[in-house]
Write a protein that binds this ligand. Structure first.
Ligand SMILES: Nc1ncnc2c1ncn2[C@@H]1O[C@H](COP(=O)(O)OP(=O)(O)OP(=O)(O)O)[C@@H](O)[C@H]1O
Ligand SMILES: [Mg+2]
Length: 216
């Protein structure tokens, strides 16, 4: 199993109620899943636990059979770089780097930079004419496409996308969503996509809803 969560719980320090109360989930290689839930229901928290950006209080999170729970921060970071790619809602591009350097950034960190692959991604995402620009010179939709290219460049086996189209107008969101699904499907990676949009969630084969700390 690419991803396996068992009875994961999480309460933030100082908080009275648990965000996650026994979340279990399995995703096979190449599986795609839309994750919905009200604001504050814990969707980003769940992605952070899967991506190794934070740790669960109890339960286990395993990627390719490797449990993240006992790993230290560098161990989780290594696993994340090689296997898991995260696309954030706020793009998180590096303002001082060109589009080309932004796209190559994660792949270089992971020791997996492949210029031809990066070029092909840029082409597919309509960024070929923007490679020497800086993020601030791009529209929101273009910046989000750079963020997608950057995440896909190291060829992650699992892509976590946290509202990747939340900041975009409907038409741009549709285009970016379709491209993301297409590119992920081509690489055979798994995808968990958080979205507030019922319209976009309805287009994915598998859907899960987070409510009161549980997945249904
Ligand atoms: N670092 C943190 N420290 C303390 N509480 C947090 C932290 N991050 C999130 N929370 C709380 O945990 C709950 C879940 O937050 P989370 O960001 O996971 O929700 P979400 O479903 O992603 O919401 P949204 O749709 O608005 O992005 C919220 O009540 C939030 O206030
Ligand atoms: Mg969130």
């Amino acid at each position: 199993m690419l991803l396996s969560l068992r009875e994961v719980t999480k309460t933030y320090p100082g908080a009275e109620t648990a965000v996650l109360r026994g979340v279990s989930l399995a995703l096979e290689a190449g599986g795609m899943l839309a994750l919905t839930g009200e604001s504050g229901s814990g969707k980003s928290t769940l992605l952070h636990l899967i991506g190794g950006l934070d740790t669960a209080d109890s339960g286990s999170v395993a990627i390719d059979g490797t449990d993240l729970t006992p790993l230290d921060d560098p161990g989780r970071a290594r696993l994340r770089r090689g296997t898991v790619g995260v696309i954030f809602q706020q793009f998180n591009l590096i303002p001082s780097l060109t589009v080309a350097a932004n796209i190559a950034f994660q792949a270089r960190l992971a020791g997996r930079h492949d210029a031809a692959h990066a070029q092909a991604l840029a082409q597919r995402l309509g960024l070929a004419g923007h490679l020497d620009k800086y993020p601030e010179q791009l529209s929101g939709g273009q910046q989000q496409r750079v963020a997608i290219a950057r995440t896909l460049a190291p060829r992650p086996r699992l892509v976590l996308a946290d509202e990747p189209t939340g900041n975009l107008d409907e038409a741009t969101a549709d285009t970016v969503f379709a491209l993301l699904c297409e590119l992920v499907a081509e690489t055979g990676a798994g995808l968990i996509l958080v979205t507030h949009s019922e319209r976009l969630a309805a287009r994915m084969r598998r859907r899960m809803h987070l409510s009161a700390g549980q997945l249904t």
